[in-house]
Structures are given as C-alpha cells and as structure tokens.
Ligand binder design. Structure first.
Ligand code: ADP
Ligand code: MG
Length: 487
C-alpha cells in the first residue's frame, strides 16, 4: 500500500489522525567560557585551539562549575515561568563516542536546575500554552570530521565542554506550524534574556524532535520516534511531516511502531532508523563524584530576577494596551528586542499608527530585500520618524513618501533634505491646484461631459490625470474636493 506522503494528516481533509510532538531543544549558553573549564567558546576558531586539559578529558583533571552559566540557566528558567530548583545534581551519562573523550557526558538527570514551566504561542486562531517539562545544564560534545580525508576521521574538540541548556517540552505540540511558533518563541525569549543567541546556522540551537501519531479522540499517546539533532525549523517541519506519515502508513498496514532514534536526511527528505531507542538505564547515570550538588540560595535567585528585562509576552501586552496596536502588529514588533527598540525609538517623536505601518510594511520589505537585520537598517529610527512627520503634517503625500523612503534606503539621509533637494513638496495651494485642474478638465472635454451625464466612474480618471500632471505632488485630498466642485 503505497501512498503519497502528504495524503495523511496535514493535507488530508477527512484526517483521522493527530500528530503529537515533543521537543528537546539544545540551546548553547551565551558565555565566554565553557561549563567546567576556562576555554573560550568563540565560534569558528581553528580546530582544537580552544581545548583545555579538562575538555580533552586527560586523566585526573577536575571540572569546576562556571557560575555564569548557572546564572544563565536560571535566568532562562525565570523567562520560561518555571520552577527553579535550589538543589540540582550533575550526573555522568555514560556512552562511548569518538567525539566524547571522557566516555561520559556531564548532564543533569534526576535533579535538573529548572523544573516545570510554560511558553505561550501566538497562533492564528488564538494563544496556545506549551508545557515545559524541565531545563537542565549539560556539556556539548566535540565534532567528528569525516570529509577531510578518505581514510581517516578527525576530531575537533573546540565545542567539547561548551555549556548547553536542554529544554524539554511536554508532548503538547500538534503540528509543524506549532513547532515553528514554539522554536521561534523560545529563541525570542532567550535572545531577550541574552542567554542564547539562537543562531541555528552556527548550531547554537538544535532540537531532537519526538513524533508519534494517534487516532483522533484517543486518550493514550502512540509510540514515539525521536529524530536527532535537527538544526533548522524548516527541517524540523519536514521531518515531522515525513515521520507522521510514515507512522500512519505502518498503522494502516496493521503494523506497530518501534520506539527508535532516527535521523533526518535533508537531501532525501526522509527519516532513517539510526538505532533502537536507548532507555535511561542504558546510560548508567550516576552522580558525578567530581562535582558537589549545585545549591543556590533564594537570594541568588532573587538577584537574578532583578536582571530580567521586559520579555516578549509582557511587551506585547504593553504595546496593545498603551499604543493600541493589534495583536498581529504587536506580535511582529516584539519578536525581537532590536525591532521593538527601533519601534519605540521611532514613536518617541512620531505618530504610532503611521510608524507601525511603515515599519511592518515598507521597512521590513526593504530590509528583507537587502537581506539586512533591523540593526543594520540604513534608515535610523530618528530619520524614519522625521519622514512620518512630513506625511503627518501634509508636507508630502504617502505616495511621495515612498520615493523619499527609497532614497533614504540608499544611505541614512535626512528626509527633509531629500524633499527639498528633489522638490518633492506636496502642492497644497488651492489656487495652484485649481489652475492645474482647470487645465486637465479643458484637455479632456469629452470625458468631462460624460461624467456630468452620469458616468461617475470617470472621477478616478480625473484624479489620476491631475496627480500625473503634478508629478505626484498634488495634495490628493484637496484635488478631490476641488475636482468635485469643478466637475
Ligand atoms: P529521552 O531522553 O528519552 O528522549 P526526555 O524526557 O528527555 O526523554 O524527552 C522526551 C521527549 O519526548 C519530551 O519532549 C516529550 O514531550 C516527548 N514525548 C514523550 N512522549 C511522547 C509521545 N508519545 N509522542 C511525542 N512526543 C513524546
Ligand atoms: Mg531524547
């Protein structure tokens, strides 16, 4: 029974199955040095130049916990509205792997530093809450390099020992779209907090994606498969789609699903079995005898709370209440700190409604086209507010403003200067406009007669002609008024 892969679930109208997804996100902690050593964490260095004796796991070396990383994990926990555990334990998770010279990874198992929390998603049909099961600290492994030599594999230990936060969600996600919103929201929260840069190209954020399916209305979850180490949202979505359909196919054929660890092949767009899923006991977890349990005081946590900035959910609420933005506009403008700062700077001196439209519309489109971040915008917040004020006080029309805007994109020039230099000032002198309009009516006598005998649609034609003759500079509102009178 072979089926088109998109036949089920996502695109299927009589869709009887539901996909259930839980994510284990690995977020690299923003920190100068590693979790248990003083080596640098800087991305892109020559292989094996940022490796201490601890990271290389030479016998007898002792790990020393990096307090900054602990603070970062707790801050993230606070951002996830989660329970902070005042006592947590580092365990050894034992496995043999070429890029893990210790032979075990130091992680937290039974007692993670952060417990249950939640993340709110803004979906088109309303908000959705996704539960967080836990957040624990652990070390990253090194990286095997297979493509430098046909016969040998090399290892780069620069990443070995870098601090990761593993953020485990509850199996609350129900579609690739929700996964997209979840990862973006998580990334946004961490970027506001400065605890993870969320850079997926550099591997700062990746996820193990757990997928199961069940018939709609069933209470129990189906058996899950875990797709390892997916490093882009697009790939997560593709992997889920493929995997859900694969599982439905098996069920429809009367087979059962094996709990497995799978890999997503981005070239073939399919998941492949890697190994049968190991259970926790396979790792022989035990508390690392080199490390004491980690204990933090209420005072330590309270001090960190004071460092938490306004986060996206709160900011969104404020934007809606104070500036009367729609939820849609607010969601876009708070998506990252830099954007919301830019917006708040623009509206310091200009109209909120216009600013919102110009940022979300014109500016985003222009930046997108040039592949620029808001922090690299050629138009400063100050100059955008000047442009908006020129529209607001009638100096230029919205249409002319677009021309000025394009000029500003070429370099951060004062819009007033551009308007002066190019003579773009709006014509609002009724006398001058009347002369113009008289001429247009005169040149189009026949159409004017048609209009008078009832062809009211021609009004638009006249407005268009006047605008054209004025080089787009005529004040549209006045043109309308005068034209009505004259015709
Ligand atoms: P493990 O280390 O064995 O993968 P974790 O508890 O760290 O276990 O993570 C399990 C992940 O799988 C969580 O994100 C959880 O939400 C998710 N999950 C658990 N059961 C299911 C299921 N039936 N279908 C989909 N996801 C599931
Ligand atoms: Mg897992």
């Amino acid at each position: 029974m072979s089926k088109d892969k998109s036949e089920y679930l996502i695109n299927r109208k009589d869709n009887q199955y539901e996909v259930v997804i839980g994510l284990e996100v690995h977020a690299q902690v923003t920190s100068e040095s590693k979790l248990f050593s003083t080596s640098s964490t800087k991305f892109g260095a020559e292989p094996n130049t940022q490796v201490s004796l601890v990271d290389a796991a030479l016998p007898g070396m002792l790990p020393v916990i990096n307090e900054y990383c602990v603070k970062q994990a707790i801050k993230t926990g606070i951002g996830l509205k989660a329970k902070i555990n005042k006592r947590s334990v580092f365990d050894r998770k034992n496995y043999f792997y070429a890029d893990l010279p210790q032979g075990y990874q130091i992680s937290q198992f039974k007692d993670p530093i952060v417990g249950e929390g939640k993340v709110i998603l803004d979906m088109p049909d309303g908000q959705k809450e996704v539960g967080i099961e836990r957040l624990h600290l652990e070390q990253d492994a090194g990286k095997s390099i297979h493509d430098l030599d046909p016969k040998n594999t090399f290892v780069d230990l620069n990443r070995s020992g870098v601090a990761l936060m593993e953020i485990v969600s509850k199996p609350d996600l129900r579609s690739p779209d929700e996964v997209n919103a979840y990862v973006k929201k998580l990334r946004s929260i961490m970027r506001y907090l400065g605890t993870c840069d969320g850079n997926m190209q550099e591997g700062s954020l990746r996820a193990d994606v757990n997928v199961s399916v069940r018939r709609k209305g069933t209470k129990e979850f189906g058996t899950r498969c875990e797709i390892k180490n997916v490093n882009s949202i697009k790939f997560m979505q593709m992997a889920i789609e493929y995997e859900a359909n694969r599982q439905v196919d098996l069920i429809e054929e009367g087979q059962s699903i094996d709990q497995e660890t799978r890999l997503f092949d981005t070239k073939k767009n399919e998941t492949r079995s890697m190994r049968s899923k190991e259970d926790a006991h396979d790792y022989r977890y035990f508390p690392d005898p080199d490390l004491l349990p980690l204990e933090v005081s209420d005072d330590f946590i309270e001090k960190l709370k004071l460092e938490i900035p306004e986060l996206p959910d709160e900011k969104k609420k404020r934007f809606i209440e104070k500036f009367k933005l729609s939820p849609y506009e607010a969601t876009i403008l708070v998506s990252d700190n830099e954007t919301s700062n830019y917006f708040e700077n623009v509206i310091k001196k200009s109209d909120v409604k216009l600013a919102t439209n110009w940022i979300i519309g014109e500016l985003f489109a222009a930046l997108n086209e040039k592949n620029l971040e808001i922090t690299e915008s050629p138009i400063s917040a100050g100059n955008l507010s000047k442009l908006i004020n020129l529209i607001k006080d009638g100096t230029i029309s919205g249409k002319i403003a677009k021309i000025v805007f394009e000029n500003m994109m070429e370099g951060d020039k004062d819009p007033k200067k551009i308007v002066e230099e190019k003579g773009l000032k709006q014509e609002s002198d009724p006398k001058a406009l009347e002369t113009l309009i008289d001429k247009v009516i005169d040149d189009n006598r026949e159409k004017a007669t048609e209009y008078k005998s009832g062809k009211v649609k021609l009004f638009g034609f006249f407005v268009g002609q006047v605008m054209k003759v004025s080089g787009g500079k005529a004040n549209p509102q006045l043109v309308n008024e005068i034209l009505k009178k004259k015709l």
